[in-house]
Design a protein around this ligand. Structure first.
Ligand code: PLP
Length: 454
């Protein structure tokens, strides 16, 4: 391939033909695209042969690390046997059905069913419709409105982006669609003022109750939130937050949806984020870690309460995707889950590497530039601060994180930046010495950016 398209030309070809998601295209065309050629373990290699430690696991998804031949073999086998069949009109294929059994077995007793999708966005669109169908079937068709959170992220489809609370997404395409409203986020560092984290956690959770009162309980279908907000900057809620949300949803008969697209499949040291926080959702959209990103597949875990009504009252749910339960993606996912189980990666995050990561990532909080550095499992968020003593943020947070990210990248570490927060989410197979390396380069990047700002 490189004979026909020398690598040096790829950037020009890319600029000429490829529109990228979430990228400033003008800047990208001027700077040139980064072309990633190969991955192995926690490392990726670009077209110049430069090696990076991927502290972000692709896009929060390569849980088992790169280059696992077992997945390639399982995919090749399934490709040869049955490259495609659908799950419409009462059909299935064996990996799809076995995957349904395997995933639900990890999600706790309340979940015995899954609806497959091709992505996390489709998973969010799916429960959004299913929730309304459920309430209509139980005689409450007016229960339609969904409450979500400011700065939540639930994908890029029209419903997904509407459920998300990203202002810059709503501004493009006239979103949110009707029937979706947003309340505050449990972002204590940025919005907690003089309250303690515990007080603030309760305060923002109770915004849900106030919104339900305002809309009328009889009109509200569901509340959706990520167990830990990912794209917003790995915002870990105060301890008081989730128990109060769970209580309110139960007391007010509102379906609870935990978007597990990032937190699912071991990232927090439990199979799912709702298990970590001890809450009882009715739906849980999943994707990413389901196949460790090796092939696109997602789904919605559907609790018995909903599934019973869907099966016995609704019968035909008129919804689905050509690639719902794609057999090759399902084969990749099954093999991925086998690896996670066999290598005890979830337990490893909970009992070993997650604790080590917390120590190393947490130590970055000693830096003058860092207001707070927190993590759960292998999901870390770091708050950059103009004055850490007074918890003062930068006036214009936007370029601050990118500055650190760029220094990290130049030194061989991929981190993500959201405004003035740094985000980390390495593969679950990361070794202790690789965590050391992550922390070393992150500190170096903080030093360099801090120097530049002063
Ligand atoms: N939900 C959450 C919490 C996510 O982080 C993402 C993607 O990052 C999505 C949904 C959307 O998933 P996808 O990009 O597979 O559509």
């Amino acid at each position: 391939m490189s004979d026909t398209y020398p690598l040096s030309n790829l950037a020009a070809i890319d600029a000429a033909h490829h529109l990228h998601p979430f990228s400033d295209m003008k800047k990208l065309n001027a700077d040139g695209t980064r072309i990633i050629q190969r991955g192995e373990g926690v490392h990726i290699f670009d077209s110049h042969g430069k090696k990076y430690l991927d502290g972000f696991a692709g896009l929060w998804c390569v849980n088992i690390g790169y280059g696992r031949k077992e997945i390639a073999d399982a995919v090749a086998k399934q490709m040869n046997e049955l490259p495609y069949y659908n799950t419409f009109f009462g059909t299935t294929s064996s990996p799809t059905t076995l995957l349904a059994e395997k995933v639900t077995s990890k999600a706790g007793p309340r979940f015995n069913h899954i609806f497959f999708t091709g992505s996390g966005s489709e998973a969010n669109d799916t429960w959004f419709r299913m929730a309304r169908v459920y309430w209509a079937a139980v005689g409450k068709p007016q229960k339609k409105t969904v409450i979500a959170r400011r700065n939540g992220y639930h994908g890029s489809t029209v419903a997904g982006a509407s459920l998300g609370g990203m202002k810059y997404m709503h501004e493009q395409g006239d979103l949110p669609i009707p029937g979706i409203v947003h309340i505050g986020q449990p972002y204590w560092y940025g919005e907690g003022g003089d309250l303690t984290p515990a007080e603030f956690g309760l305060k923002v959770a109770r915004e849900l109750e106030a919104k339900i009162d305002e809309l009328g309980e009889e009109n509200v279908a569901a509340f959706v939130a990520e167990p830990i907000q990912g794209a917003a900057g790995v915002i870990i809620p105060p301890e008081t937050y989730w128990p109060e949300i769970d209580r309110i949803c139960k007391a007010r008969n509102i379906l609870l949806v935990t978007d597990e697209v990032i937190c699912g499949f071991g990232r927090l040291g439990e199979w799912f984020g709702h298990q970590y926080f001890g809450v009882e959702p009715d739906f849980a959209p999943i994707a990413k870690g389901l196949s460790s990103g090796y092939l696109p597949i997602g789904g919605v875990l559907v609790s018995d309460r909903i599934a019973d009504v869907l099966i016995n009252e609704v019968g035909d749910f008129n919804h689905g995707f050509t690639y719902s339960g794609h057999p090759v993606c399902a084969a990749a996912a099954l093999e991925n889950l086998r690896i996670i189980e066999e290598e005890k990666l979830v337990e490893r995050v909970r009992d070993d590497i997650g604790l080590y990561f917390a120590k190393k990532w947490g130590a970055l909080a000693e830096h003058d530039f860092v207001g707070e550095a927190e993590s759960i499992g292998l999901m870390g968020g770091l708050q950059l601060a103009a004055d850490k003593k007074t918890r003062t943020r930068f006036e214009k947070p936007d370029p601050i994180g990118s500055l650190v990210r760029n220094h990290a990248l130049a030194n061989g570490l991929v981190l993500r930046a959201t405004g003035d927060r740094m985000l980390a989410s390495p593969p679950l197979v990361i070794r202790h010495e690789e965590v050391d390396e992550m922390a070393r380069i992150a500190k170096l990047a903080l030093d360099a950016a801090w120097k530049e700002l002063r």
